[in-house]
Structures are given as C-alpha cells and as structure tokens.
Design a protein around this ligand. Structure first.
Ligand code: HEM
Length: 507
C-alpha cells in the first residue's frame, strides 16, 4: 500500500513526458512541413549517394519534378535549390543582407587561409573593404586602361603562336589559359614576371594543372562538410590535398611577392636618402603645397623667411618693417633680395613639379602587388592588410579569373564550330568592322555588336559557375513561402534560371 503514491508520481511523470514529446514532435513536424518539398534520401547519409557529376544538370532535372524550390539533405546538412528568376530576386535583392554569406567547403577555407579572400569572407567591413580594393585597383577603368598594352602584347603573342600552327590541331583551352594567366600575372606582378617564367621554360601550363586540381578539390563532395563530427579525421584526405595545393600555389606567388617587398624596401631607402638631400627651399615649397600643416604658406611668406635668415633677422620679418625714413631703402633692398632668391626658387619649383610628374607616371604603371604592399604599410585605410590577406586576394584573382574566362572561351568556340551559320556572321562582322588585314583591338569591341550578342548568349547557356558560390543565410528566412533555416546551403541554380522556358524559347 505504501508504494501507491510513488506509482501515481511515476504515471504523472510519464504522462508529462509523453505530452512534452508529442508537442516537440508536432513542433518539429510543423517546422519540417514549412520546409520546401524534395527527394527523400537514405538514413544518415541523405541524398549524398545519389549525387552525380555535372550537379547542375541533375539539380535542373529535379526542379522539373519538385518545382522551382526544393530541398534535400546530405548527412546533417540541409540543402535548398532555387530555380526561378523570381526566387533569385527574393534572395539576391529583397533579402540580400541575410543571404550575403557564402557557405565555403572545408577545402575552400583551407585554400583561402580560413576564408580571408573576397569570395568566402563573411559579409561585413572586411569583405566590403577588400572588395572595394579589388574593384578599384584591378577592375577600374583607370587600371584597365593602364594595363591595355599588357593585354595587347599577350593577345598578339597568342595570335602569332596560332598562326605558326595553321593546319595542325590546337588546344583552344590551353592557349586561352596561357594567355589569360599571363595577362593576370602581369597585371599583378608586372610583365617581367611572365618573361622570367618563359625564360625558365614555364609557360603557365604548370599553373593550369594547379587551377584544375584546385577546382577538382573544391567540387568534390567532402564527408567532413556534411558530418562536422567527422571533420577532424579528414576521411577522404581532401583537407590534406587542399593544404598541399596551397603550398604549391605559394611556391609560385611567394618568390614574386618577396621580390616586390625587396624592391619596396630598396625604394624606401632611396627615398630616405633623397629626402636627406632636400634643401631648405624644397622643404618650404613642399610645405606650401600641403594644406594640413596649420599655417598657410605662400611664396611671399617663404621669401620673407628666407630674407630673415639671410640677413640674420630674428622674430620680425623685413616685410613688416615700417620705420619712417628707412622704408624706401628697405624696399630697394627687398628688390635686390628678390632678384637673387627668385631664380633659385623657380628652379626648385620646377624640380618639384618634374618629380611629381615622374611620380604620377610611376604610379600609373604600378602593379597590383606594389599597390597592395604599399597599402599594407598604411595604417589608415580601414582594414589592416597583411601578407596572408594579400595572398588570399591573389588566390581569388588567379583562380577566379582564369578558369571562368577559359571556360567561356571554350564554350564560345564550341558553339561557333557547331553553328557554322553563326560563325559565318561573326566573320562577316569582323571583316566589316576590323578589316581582313588588321588585328582586333579593344577599341573595335563597341562596334562588334553581333560578336557581343554571341558572347552574352554563351554566358546564358553555359554559365561558368552554374550554381554560383552557394549561399548560407545568416538567419532563418522565408523564400517562396517556405522556411529556409539559418545555416542551410542555398544553391542558386543559374543554369536552370538561364534556360527557364517561361522566359527563353527552348531550341
Ligand atoms: C568570363 C569571366 C568570368 C566569369 C564568368 C566570372 C563569374 C563569376 C561568378 C559567377 C562569381 C560568383 C558570384 C556569386 O556567387 O555571387 C564570381 C565571383 C568572383 N570573381 Fe569572377 N568571373 C569571371 C572573371 C573574373 C576575373 C577575370 C576575375 C579577376 C580578375 C574574377 C574575380 C572574381 C572574384 C574576386 C569573385 C568574388 C566576388 C565576391 O565575392 O564579391 N572573375 N565570378
């Protein structure tokens, strides 16, 4: 009889537990029911075993079955795929700040020093400053114009090369890669870098292998990404491969960076010596041009100081002397001083302006690495740059700028070869705008309208990154009426969007 109350307690506790679990199950189920629909996978591994190469083709096929927004699980990671222009707008325009972050794989983080590059660093002041720097110093019209001769030189070299191979098989991809890599490397390190490489019989093919390997490693599904508990075992050795790859990339970048660091320190030493040799007039004239020194110097004041010094005046200058009687003599004396000082001042002013012009010319020819290394030494630019961050930007530019461009060139050439009538129209336009005996220049491009349309159509049909860089929402969000929880991997399927039959005619 004594055990009756404790039985009641047990029953009450059990009832509470059942009610609690029912509510939890209901809530979780409700949460799940607000997720988009999608294919079922296997227990634990989810959809992982069903993923195929050319993921964008498979994800486009799945959209025909599950609609413009669907989900699948890979291990513990929820993935959502968006396949329509209106859903893309919701993510990149209406909720841009929530979806601004990318979802880097472990291999991507390793190869960018923990995501210090532009592609993978999270949205915030660091990313903004790095991106601003990249756009200003690499992509601005001013920089592109300053680098025009580098591109022209490399393209002409390639054309000469193709000309020597008429009648034999040519690997367009390899040719485009070497050209693009040379252009990018000379924009970063100067044309000497490419000449040096060529002297050592290295023509960019070594780098091509690295880029191909890099993209293979980035694209390989990594168990560590989907089962974080297993990440430390690096079961497929992908993290180790990415580390080795970064070392290989560094073995090319480091010597070039070190050379520029040395040049910078030599130049600074030269400048210090140069400054020591500055005469007093030069210093005064330079001060006159600075607006933030507290006093406004002008030529009259400079001369007054000089007169003071020359005749040994102390705390008042001759120009302020107004004593009766001697004012006339003083004015005559001043004229005399002027006739001695003016030529010396003019000469110094000319030297200063020549030097400034020289500096402007030197600045225009600065390579990206020089600009970045100089910025690294400035403390007031908004971000603190260091060598690792500089290398992270360079990895982005070298990897992000080459394979994309080469993929485009290969697709354009393939489409033209498969569509002889379009090829013929492009040739007609080139004949008309450029002429048979001329070489295409960048200045011809605004008049090559048909070629421009061919490039844009190829970008539409064969986007170089068909799923972009997958995004990761920083908080739970509603897209297309469904919940996308924080941390989901969101694929924007531009391959499917670019071929949306509601917008584009299907051939
Ligand atoms: C035809 C040539 C190119 C194509 C098709 C292309 C395509 C792309 C795409 C699709 C993205 C990702 C956008 C996203 O997920 O939101 C991207 C990002 C990026 N690309 Fe390119 N790209 C090309 C050329 C270049 C070049 C020449 C450079 C360097 C000089 C470059 C540097 C970058 C960088 C740094 C990012 C990251 C930008 C960011 O996170 O804001 N790309 N590119």
């Amino acid at each position: 009889m004594a055990s009756a109350p404790s039985n009641d307690l047990w029953i009450a506790a059990l009832t509470l537990l059942v009610v609690f679990l029912t509510i939890l199950w209901y809530k979780l189920n409700q949460e799940e029911s607000r997720l988009p629909p999608g294919p079922r996978g296997l227990p634990i591994v989810g959809f992982l075993p069903f993923l195929r190469a050319n993921l964008h083709h498979q994800l486009t096929e799945l959209s025909q079955q599950y609609g413009p927004i669907y989900k699948f699980w890979i291990g513990g990671k929820l993935c959502v795929v968006l396949n329509s222009p209106s859903l893309a707008k919701e993510v990149v325009r209406d909720q841009d700040s929530v979806f601004a972050n990318r979802d880097p794989p472990i291999a991507g983080l390793v190869a960018t020093y923990g995501g210090l590059d532009i592609g993978f660093s999270p949205y915030g002041s660091y990313w903004r400053e790095m991106r601003k720097l990249f756009v200003r110093e690499m992509l601005s019209n001013r920089n592109l114009e300053a680098c025009y001769s580098l591109r022209r030189h490399e393209v002409r070299k390639t054309i000469r090369n193709v000309h020597t191979k008429i009648g034999s098989l040519t690997d367009i991809g390899e040719l485009a890669f070497v050209t693009e890599m040379n252009v990018i490397m000379s924009m970063i390190f100067g044309s000497n870098f490419v000449e040096e490489m060529e002297k050592h019989k290295k023509d960019g093919t070594e780098f091509r292998e690295l880029v191909i390997k890099y993209l293979q490693i980035m694209g390989k599904p990594n168990i560590s990404d989907f089962f974080p508990m297993l990440a430390r075992f690096d079961l497929q050795g992908i993290q180790k491969d990415a580390e080795a790859l970064l070392k290989s990339v560094e073995s090319i970048l480091d010597p070039a960076i070190n050379k520029h660091l040395k040049m910078l320190s030599d130049r600074r030493e030269g400048e210090i010596q140069g400054n020591e040799k500055k005469n007093f007039i030069q210093i005064l004239l330079q001060l006159m041009e600075q607006k933030d020194i507290g006093i406004s110097l002008d030529l009259v004041k400079i001369k007054a100081i000089l007169v003071d010094i020359v005749i040994g005046g102390t705390d008042s200058t001759i120009t302020t002397v107004e004593w009766e009687g001697i004012q006339k003599e003083m004015e005559a004396l001043l004229k005399l001083f002027d006739s001695i000082l003016d030529p010396a001042i003019s000469e110094c002013m000319k030297m200063l302006s020549d030097r400034r012009e020289g500096e402007i010319q030197r600045n225009e020819k600065k390579h990206l690495i020089q600009i970045l290394l100089e910025l690294m030494e400035q403390k007031d630019i908004g971000i603190s740059l260091d060598l690792v961050k500089i290398k992270a930007i360079l990895v982005d530019i070298v990897i992000g700028g080459t394979d994309t461009t080469i993929t485009m060139v290969e697709w354009v050439m393939s489409e033209l070869l498969n569509n002889p009538e379009i090829m013929s129209k492009v040739q007609q336009e080139l004949k008309h705008v450029v002429g048979m005996n001329n070489i295409v220049e960048e200045s011809h491009l605004p008049n090559l309208h048909y070629l421009d349309a061919v490039l844009k159509e190829t970008l539409r049909l064969h986007p170089a990154l068909p799923l972009l860089l997958p995004k990761r929402p920083s908080q739970s969000a509603i897209v297309g009426g469904y919940t996308i929880p924080e941390g989901t991997k969101v694929f924007l399927n531009v391959y499917a969007i670019h071929r949306d039959p509601q917008v584009w005619k299907v051939h």
